[in-house]
Design a protein around this ligand. Structure first.
Ligand SMILES: [Mg+2]
Length: 217
């Protein structure tokens, strides 16, 4: 079972990379308004490096934890800016979390969302309302957890996490940045979605869609 889980996660990372590629330009434009116009390129570079590293794994002997561990290292090596260590820590946390699960189900999905959100929070020492990627990740992880506790299906967990992540990203428009490069803009960051939250929304949505598909197959 765990070998199948590992394959699921590798194809999930391919899907994330594709989704990021599709929105690379729009992410860079968002970052151009309140940052240094590199976010689309940064995320693209990071996930392409992840895919390249994952393609070299021996899938016959690979666990879900190995997939996240490999992704963490590849992302960190490829992305020097703050996004690199944040997602690297997130994937390392997920590598630990998935060790406790032996099947691809709602609990597995929830634990991935929770580990990523927690890893980013820990590493960035951030909080909700800072106008960062956490404003998408924290509500998404909470919504996934709440749906799981209610006994919701994987489909429903994925949908509620995606909706909460999207709402969280949209809400950054009304926030003043207190972290990262945008913090220097102060109130001028108002009225613009944080690029990190925008890419988080894409990742959250893609993870959900991927798991829905893999459960239905
Ligand atoms: Mg930037």
């Amino acid at each position: 079972m765990s070998r199948n889980q590992a394959r699921e996660l590798v194809s999930m990372f391919y899907a994330i990379s594709e989704a990021i590629e599709a929105e690379r330009g729009s992410l860079t434009r968002l970052d151009g308004v309140i940052g240094d116009a590199d976010h689309g390129i940064t995320m693209s570079t990071g996930f392409l490096a992840v895919n390249s590293a994952l393609s070299k794994l021996d899938m016959e002997n690979c666990t879900p934890s190995d997939v996240f561990f490999t992704a963490a290292n590849a992302f960190l090596n490829a992305v020097g800016a703050s996004t690199g260590p944040l997602y690297a820590t997130a994937f390392l946390c997920a590598a630990t979390a998935v060790r406790q699960h032996d099947c691809v189900d709602g609990r597995f999905l929830c634990s991935i969302f929770a580990a990523i959100a927690e890893g980013i929070r820990e590493r960035g020492k951030g909080a909700r309302g800072d106008k960062t990627m956490l404003d998408a990740w924290l509500p998404a992880a909470e919504a996934a957890h709440a749906a799981y506790e209610r006994g919701a299906s994987v489909d429903q967990i994925a949908r509620e996490a995606a909706e909460a992540g999207a709402a969280g990203a949209a809400a950054t428009r009304a926030m003043i940045a207190s972290k990262g490069r945008a913090a220097r803009l102060g109130e001028r960051s108002l009225g613009h979605i944080d690029p990190g939250a925008a890419s988080a929304r894409i990742i959250i949505e893609t993870i959900g869609v991927h798991f829905k598909k893999s459960i239905q197959q």
